[in-house]
Design a protein around this ligand. Structure first.
Ligand code: PLP
Length: 479
């Protein structure tokens, strides 16, 4: 047992006892969550296991301080320690990603995207209007000019990757506020290769003329050429906004370099901190110097007061991500994803785009005669945690789907390597090959219910336990 795990063990069990003295159900749920995470193969591509230092940093009295505003310029007194926390986190983020500016206040990825959108609207729409009208801020505008400006916000266009090829709701889709703020057109992938077709994207962008071109994804298993994205943005006068929520860890770990690194090419980059980057649950925004002043208006424009304890944990996670150990981790995440994809393919699975070159894999569940929902549930019964996901032109829609998305960041953090991921591929194919849809009253395969052949869940859980026991989560931590 390491020194850290020994002290963490005693600290956490005392903390949980204290919490249990006030609300025992919360202490119990917290203990139970650790047990669940330890006992399952976590393959959700957007999840990870933060380090003990990151977890510990979140639980302090920094949470008690209000600090609306920016470093050294707060709307509350007594913020010197929050200033230190935010400065350290922002400095690490700038240096880790080579960015001109970093804003570490966003509470999540969606919040970071909202800051990005508002900063682009402020820079591209509001500031030029104020300058034209000779006003310092919106309060100086006449009612008529303010109405004109408000209307012009609503006329702006955004172009992002289509949801069913892996884009995210926040990239201008109707169920999200971004779809209500902007006119949206999405770009898809080539019908045959299932890869982004940059020529088609350029042609569509020339026609649509977006103010903002969004690059980034939740479920596209390939790398993006951000130099080409920037060329397209420049050609049509768009701001390039990259949402790297999923792959920030691969950028931080220098797996995505050159044209695959969004930071030198994008005007604004937003991200989460808790996915492949392995930090606390949160978000951040990187920007060129020209966009920095409008990014800084994130709170109170679209964000509530900064969560100082979380900014502190972001600083610790960024510091961890600057180490050689993290670079090795990030490379393993990508290497392991290839092993997982190859292991699935050689056992007869079919994958969207035919494989992966990032951290995630999208399995086409129709090969096994089941919907994504049936596959997700059968895998969960067998101790494998995944999530169902649409595939391009999904015949089953966004609820039942025809895909399952899996990723390597979490299990790689636990120490899984090539042998373990090949075994995971074997287990997944065994479960899916032994799952059959329950027939409807009319005799057709249903979309939700299924049967898993006898003994499959038990043998999968037993094999998973061997892998998990050999690669313990928070080794030595007893709560
Ligand atoms: N952007 C992308 C590309 C994502 O995949 C996600 C998460 O699913 C988000 C943003 C939102 O992140 P959060 O859940 O932290 O708001």
């Amino acid at each position: 047992m390491t020194d850290l795990a020994t002290s963490a063990s005693s600290i956490y069990s005392q903390i949980l006892d204290v919490i249990g003295g006030v609300e025992p159900r919360i202490a119990e749920a917290t203990r139970s969550e650790l047990a669940d995470q330890r006992a399952s193969l976590k393959l959700i591509a957007s999840e990870n296991y933060a380090s003990l230092p990151v977890l510990m940093t979140m639980g302090t009295w920094l949470s008690d301080k209000y600090a609306e505003g920016t470093i050294g310029h707060r709307f509350y007194a007594g913020c010197r320690n929050v200033d230190t926390v935010e400065s350290v986190a922002a400095e690490h983020a700038r240096e880790l990603f080579g960015a001109e500016y970093a804003y570490v206040q966003p509470h999540s990825g969606i919040d970071a995207n909202l800051v990005a959108y508002w900063s682009i609207l402020a820079h591209r729409v509001e500031s030029p209007a104020l300058e034209r009208l000779g006003a310092k801020n919106v309060n100086e505008l006449s009612e008529a000019d303010w109405e004109t400006l408000r209307k012009s916000f609503a006329e702006q266009r955004v172009m992002g990757m289509s949801l069913d090829v892996g884009g995210h709701l926040t990239h201008g889709f109707r169920p999200n506020i971004s779809g209500k703020m902007f006119h949206q057109r999405s770009y898809g992938t080539d019908a045959k290769t299932q890869l982004i077709d940059y020529d088609k994207l350029l042609a569509d962008a020339r026609e649509f003329k977006p103010l903002i071109l969004v690059a980034g994804y939740s479920a596209y298993p390939r790398r993006v050429n951000f130099a080409k994205m920037r060329e397209i943005a420049d050609e049509v006068g768009a701001t390039l906004f990259v949402d790297m929520a999923h792959f920030a860890g691969l950028v931080a770990g220098k797996v995505f370099t050159g044209e695959e690194n969004p930071v030198p090419y994008a005007h604004v980059v937003a991200s989460t901190t808790h996915k492949s980057l392995r930090g606390p649950r949160g978000g951040f925004v990187l920007a060129t110097a020209e966009y920095a002043p409008s990014v800084d208006r994130g709170c109170p424009m679209v964000l509530g007061g900064p969560l100082s304890h979380i900014m502190a944990a972001k600083a610790v996670a960024f510091a961890e991500a600057r180490t050689d150990a993290f670079r090795g981790y990030a490379q393993s995440v990508a290497d392991n994803a290839k092993v997982l994809a190859d292991g699935l393919l050689k056992r007869g699975a079919s994958l969207v785009t035919g494989g992966t070159d990032n951290h995630l894999v999208l399995i086409h569940t129709s090969t096994f005669g089941v919907t994504g929902r049936q596959a997700e549930s059968a895998l969960l019964d067998s101790g494998i945690v995944t999530n169902r996901n649409s595939v391009p032109n999904d015949p089953n829609g966004a609820w039942y789907t025809t895909g399952v998305r899996i990723g390597t960041p979490a299990l790689t953090s636990r120490g899984f390597g090539a042998d373990e991921f090949d075994k995971v591929a074997e287990l997944i194919v065994d479960v899916l090959s032994n799952t059959t849809p329950t027939l409807t009253a009319a005799g057709a395969p249903g979309k939700a219910k299924y049967t898993l052949a006898d003994g499959v869940a038990e043998r999968t859980k037993a094999a998973a336990s061997e892998l998990l026991d050999a690669n313990p989560l928070y080794p030595g931590l007893v709560v």
